[in-house]
Write a protein that binds this ligand. Structure first.
Ligand SMILES: [Cu+2]
Length: 673
């Protein structure tokens, strides 16, 4: 923290007093633990003499803290939006349920807080997080919102790799921005993205020890492809891609990296003490048809307004100066022989092949400027483009009929590239991926993946081009992973507040329990584990878990229920147990809601364990917590404490039903179809 402050103030001094000098690389602070507060805010930064530049960041002026996550930990976030603009936050690369994914449907309105919570299922990897609001992604990312996610696991921890954050393990977000004459970031589409920044630092340098260092490189640029290399053509070793480590390090002198992609590389600087090694872009070697090459299209007729006047296109330039000092204590000095084992799904195991054809809405010399479509369709938030069966293994075939390469990204699941124009991918692209650059001119890329763990018949995931201008212009589609069973969960476990020493009861209810089995699970840091001797299964359609003798050690503990039925598996929502030391909880328990059907059409029913008091109010809130309306009670059965709420007026989406009675409150989630 102190180091960062010193770096920041140094950086400000240098940029203020000497516009063309180099600046100390900014290393974002880290956040770790089981709950994280992220505040999206406006800021400013002195990049140039004169006007400060208006920016956006998370918990700071620009960029965002690096989130350090451990595989199998359960984490909850409070993401508060202090902008005047609605936005979203997408955990790029993470395997999470659609309601936690932060895609364009999960709005965070100004002044509101989004609270996703999930178990980390990814292997050790470098992911990132950024806004994803349709038509606004370019704007919000360019203003500065983007952060790293570093996932750690026990397999990676056992390897002899550099992992001291900010010392021999550096996150490097490479981005370009357009800057106007008043030093302000251009938030409309521009090909004059002339300001190159690493971690929000112009003309960056950093000191590194004379040993093996690890660079976690993110191409966070809106459109630009980089052809990375080191000065003197020094060999480096790629050890990881989008979805984590490769089978073995791959020796390289060049690395092509497109928007959204990540690469972890090792550089052995043992022999370079006292020297400077430049991380470079070798732009004059980028093949035509990629943004960043001399020619962005396949032929000289295809061009983008202002493209040729941008000095970064088709040229070689420095990205980061690595000033090599001396080795630290216990340095890593060797490159490992092997890393992890991969077991890609065999091509013969695929159940389905889907084709996605990229096309331009225009023909002729302006085709390169888009807007681009996938399968002849522009993005429509009301249209589900693909429905994928749960647990399906699929081959996706991407055909690019446009004159420029597009980095294709899919949410939810990582994939393995099968072929690029019929040829197996190079060694460094054989690990798990979530972005693949599909060259233009009718090139075909095929990948294989499995749609596992999560399904939701209504809430989609995205697939799209990660050139943010293309994505905002509609080069995006959405898919749902369909629920696998002939039964639905008609009641989900809800978050509970319980007093110390009391009993907490979680419930799940199904439409059809024939041949079904139930297993409650909880996660205390090692992934969800089966519970034994804790719960009892009772009732016919309703199964419940009783936690007796609740203690403060149960605070924030997540619970869920796995239902297996006829070769399919359903996973309930995760409910969190909050524990307090007061008597309030016992009364609150009586307000605990059962809510059904979970997928509401015109009405939704709630059942309480006591009569609703006259001082209570029932609200409907949208997913971001914003008050939608006071609920209209259309039926009230005081014998069964069952109430019916009118949901006719709601548009489709996720809502919360919220009962408030003085200090008592109870919330349950439902989906309006
Ligand atoms: Cu594109």
């Amino acid at each position: 923290m102190i180091k960062n402050l010193v770096q920041l103030s140094l950086c400000i001094l240098i940029t203020t007093y000497s516009a063309l000098s180099q600046n100390q690389l900014f290393i974002p602070d880290t956040l770790s633990g089981s709950s994280m507060q992220l505040t999206i805010q406006n800021g400013n930064k002195q990049f140039y003499p004169g006007n400060a530049t208006q920016t956006m960041g998370i918990n700071g002026n620009i960029l965002a803290p690096t989130l350090i996550l451990n595989k199998h930990q359960f984490i909850s976030f409070s993401v508060t939006n202090n902008l005047t603009d609605t936005t979203t936050i997408h955990w790029h690369g993470m395997h999470v349920a659609p309601e936690n994914d932060g895609g364009p449907h999960i709005f965070i309105k100004p002044g509101s807080t989004w609270s996703p919570a999930f178990e980390v299922l990814d292997a050790a990897s470098t992911h990132w997080y950024h806004p994803h609001l349709h038509h606004k992604t370019y704007d919000h990312v360019q203003m500065g919102i983007a952060g790293f996610i570093i996932v750690r696991d026990s397999i990676e921890a056992a390897l002899n790799l550099p992992r001291t954050y900010g010392i021999d393990d550096l996150p490097l977000a490479i981005q370009t921005r357009g800057i106007d004459g008043n030093n302000q970031i251009i938030t409309s589409h521009t090909a004059l993205d002339t300001a190159l920044m690493v971690n929000g630092t112009l003309r960056a340098f950093t000191q590194v020890p004379a040993q093996v260092i690890r660079l976690r490189i993110l191409n966070g640029s809106p459109e630009r492809v980089y052809n990375l290399g080191l000065s003197g053509n020094l060999t480096f070793y790629q050890i990881g891609g989008d979805g984590g480590l490769l089978t073995a390090p791959v020796a390289l002198t060049r690395l092509l990296i497109s928007p959204g992609e990540r690469a972890e590389i090792l550089v052995n600087l043992s022999a370079f003490s006292g020297q400077t090694v430049q991380l470079m872009n070798y732009g004059n070697e980028i093949p035509s048809g990629r943004y960043g090459a001399t020619q962005p299209g396949m032929g000289p007729g295809q061009t983008i307004p202002n493209y040729t006047s941008n000095p970064l296109n088709g040229t070689n330039f420095n990205i980061l100066a690595l000033q090599v000092t001396t080795a630290n204590a216990n340095p890593v000095t060797t490159i490992p022989i092997s890393l992890i084992t991969h077991n890609p799904w065999p091509e013969s195991s695929a159940n389905t092949t889907r084709s996605f054809t990229f096309m331009s809405a225009n023909m002729g010399p302006t085709a390169i400027n888009g807007p681009f479509m996938i399968n002849n369709q522009h993005f429509d938030p009301m249209v589900i483009n693909e429905r994928v069966p749960f647990n399906n293994v699929e081959i996706w075939e991407l055909r690019n009929q446009t004159p420029i390469a597009h980095p294709f990204h899919i949410h939810n699941v990582p994939f393995y590239i099968l072929s690029i124009n019929g040829v197996a991918p190079p060694e460094n692209l054989r690990g798990k991926k979530d972005v693949v650059l599909v060259p233009g001119g009718n090139s075909v890329v095929r990948f294989i993946t499995k749609f596992e763990t999560f399904y939701n018949d209504t809430l989609p995931y995205m697939y799209h081009c990660h050139m943010l201008t293309h994505e905002d212009d509609g080069m995006m589609g959405q898919f749902v992973v369909n629920s696998p069973c002939n039964t639905t969960l008609t009641e989900q476990p809800v978050n509970l507040l319980a007093g110390v020493g009391s009993i907490a009861t979680f419930k799940v209810q199904m439409s059809d329990t024939t041949n079904a089995t139930y297993q409650w699970q909880s996660n205390i840091g090692f992934g969800f584990q089966n519970l034994q001797n804790v719960g009892q299964y009772t009732g016919v359609n309703t199964q419940q878990l009783t936690v007796s003798g609740v203690s403060l050690s149960n605070n924030n503990q997540p619970f869920r229920c796995i239902i297996k039925k006829e070769n399919c598996e359903l996973t309930s929502n995760i409910a969190i147990l909050s524990v307090v030391n007061t008597g309030v909880a016992d009364r609150w328990q009586k307000y605990r809601m059962s809510i059904f059907p979970n997928h509401a059409q015109d009405y939704i029913n709630i059942k309480l364990e006591m009569q609703l008091s006259s001082s209570a109010t029932i609200y409907i809130r949208s997913i971001d917590g914003k008050l939608n309306s006071n609920a209209e009670l259309v039926n009230n059965d005081s014998n069964t404490n069952q109430y019916t709420v009118n949901t006719k007026q709601l548009s489709p989406g996720i809502y919360y039903l919220h009962i408030q009675d003085g200090e008592l409150s109870s919330v349950a989630k439902f989906i309006k179809l």
